[in-house]
Write a protein that binds this ligand. Structure first.
Ligand code: S3P
Length: 166
């Protein structure tokens, strides 16, 4: 049964900040899968990628997602790559209403400049963001609703999602 409000989208589209704002507006708890991964493993995302590789990280992410989906209704902010595994997509569709946050490549680069805990962003930031966007084209399309976040605050985006949700 669907019970959660799940935010998906590329890195830097504001899933965590919008998730927090939404959780306050809706009076629901909020879980960020990346933070939960760091809490349960006691390691940062960067350390996990280094020690276990991307597939090791994806295994933990898949496990954490199914744990969160089994909890009481909440707002869930996911990691940008959660959609790479079909089993995650199927579970999210079954258990929640899925909202995809979008932003232009330029805006994503501005928001992520200087970030040190996103191991997939190595080398030239602009090139890498464009490459990931291309590789993942279509992967976020299963969302029930899509929201543009470019040039907007988390609170404005949360308000739009709340109106759609209620
Ligand atoms: C990833 C996105 C990150 C984090 C990890 C991998 C991705 O989360 O899960 O660095 O593959 O897009 P955010 O989307 O919160 O940055």
């Amino acid at each position: 049964m669907k019970q959660h409000l799940i935010l998906i989208g590329m890195m830097g589209t504001g899933k965590t900040s919008v998730g927090r704002a939404l959780s306050e507006r809706l009076g629901l708890p909020m879980t960020d899968t990346d933070r939960m991964i760091e809490q349960t493993t006691g390691q940062t995302i960067t350390q996990l990628f280094k020690e276990q590789g991307e597939q090791g990280f994806r295994d933990i992410e898949t496990q954490v997602l199914s744990q969160v989906l089994a909890e009481a209704p909440r707002v869930i902010a996911t990691g940008g790559g959660i959609v790479l595994r079909d089993e995650n997509v199927e579970r999210m569709k079954q258990r929640g209403w899925v909202v995809c946050l979008q932003a232009s490549a330029e805006e994503i680069c501005q928001r992520l400049a200087g970030d040190t805990n996103r191991p997939l962003l190595h080398g030239d930031l602009k090139q890498r963001v464009r490459q990931l966007m291309q590789e993942r084209a279509g992967k976020y399309d299963f969302a029930d609703w899509k929201v543009e976040t470019t040039g907007r605050t988390a609170s404005e985006v949360a308000e739009e999602i709340e109106q759609w949700w209620r």
